[in-house]
Design a protein around this ligand. Structure first.
Ligand code: CUA
Length: 316
């Protein structure tokens, strides 16, 4: 739609044209009203200027119809903006089922990316065209913001939590990746490239990229190294909750509340075990704050997720 129009970056995702259309609507409404209001100001200034020294204007006592019109019309236009904006927002907020997951860690001043299969990238992201991708993002230090203009997606990456976003690229090509939140003196250098590839090229890239272990294998190694398995063992329950199938389930807490065991819950339970204690257990787990990097946390969570369906294969 905007090809050759230098004000807009290329539109290369399924949501891009929807965002552009909404933006265009906002611009058109703003321009129409600005021109109308300024036009009226100038017109009235000329039309009703005082013609003689002692001219006194007729007093105005208000007009109900006018008052209602200029209240209701802007209200309706704003409700359209609100409804339309909300629809676009919700669509951009909820990743579709079965989206490919990729994990992002921001760090002064680079983007580190992990694919579940084990490939790792720095300041580069390879994704296939026509497939939804969901990013789970964390930061090792300050706030960053992951921004791909061509996909019309941007999301802050905030210390102490995970944020997620998703996109589905529609065009093979090379696109800019920026950090869009001032994060220190090399902020402007925190940039990268997104490579959108045709599926066969992507498969070839996946196969050719240097890969060590998968994320869940790396997580399993950490799980052993930190000694998690001594308390969280499926075959010797008692000291810590069994983690098999815990991901995505609803957990009953000691205080009677219920939480869904998602990424945020697992992350919090590793770093601050006392925050949400599972019913029937005491807080005896030590905190792992400061002992695991954000990347390591994502790996352990990937491992716990992998315990969802299969038996744990680990030996002690
Ligand atoms: Cu990271 Cu700006």
């Amino acid at each position: 739609m905007w090809t050759g129009f230098p004000l807009f970056p290329e539109a290369a995702s399924t949501i891009a044209s929807g965002v552009d259309l909404l933006y265009l609507f906002l611009v058109v409404v703003s321009v129409v009203f600005s021109v109308g209001i300024f036009g009226a100001i100038f017109y009235f200034a000329l039309r009703y200027q005082r013609k003689t020294q002692d001219e006194v204007p007729e007093p105005i006592h208000g007009s109900m119809i006018l008052e209602i019109t200029w209240s209701v019309v802007p209200f309706l236009i704003l409700m359209v903006m609100f409804g339309w904006g909300t629809a676009v927002f919700f669509r951009n907020f909820h990743p579709p089922e079965g989206a490919t997951e990729i994990f992002v860690t921001g760090k002064q001043w680079m983007w580190k990316l992990q694919h579940p299969e084990g490939q790792r990238e720095i300041n580069e992201l390879h994704v296939p065209v026509g497939r939804a991708v969901k990013l789970t993002m964390a930061t090792e230090d300050v706030i960053h913001s992951f921004y791909i203009p061509a996909f019309r997606v941007k999301k802050d990456v905030v210390p102490g939590m995970y944020t997620t976003m998703w996109f589905e690229p529609t065009k093979v090509g090379k696109y800019h990746l920026f950090c869009a939140e001032y994060c220190g003196n090399q902020h402007s250098g925190m940039i990268g490239t997104v490579y959108v590839m045709a599926p066969p090229d992507y498969e070839a890239w996946l196969a050719g990229a240097p890969r060590g272990e998968t994320m869940s294998q790396a997580g399993e190694r950490l799980f052993q190294r930190l000694g998690c398995h001594t308390c969280h063992a499926a075959d010797r329950p008692g000291r810590g909750p069994v983690l098999e199938k815990v991901f995505g389930s609803t957990v009953l807490l000691a205080d009677g509340k219920k939480v869904v065991a998602d990424e945020m819950y697992l992350r919090e339970s590793i770093l601050r075990p006392g925050a949400k204690v599972v019913a029937g257990f005491k807080t005896q787990m030590p905190t792992f704050q400061g002992q695991i990097s954000e990347e390591g946390l994502m790996q352990i969570i990937a491992y716990i997720k992998s315990l969802e369906s299969k038996e744990r294969t680990t030996t002690q």
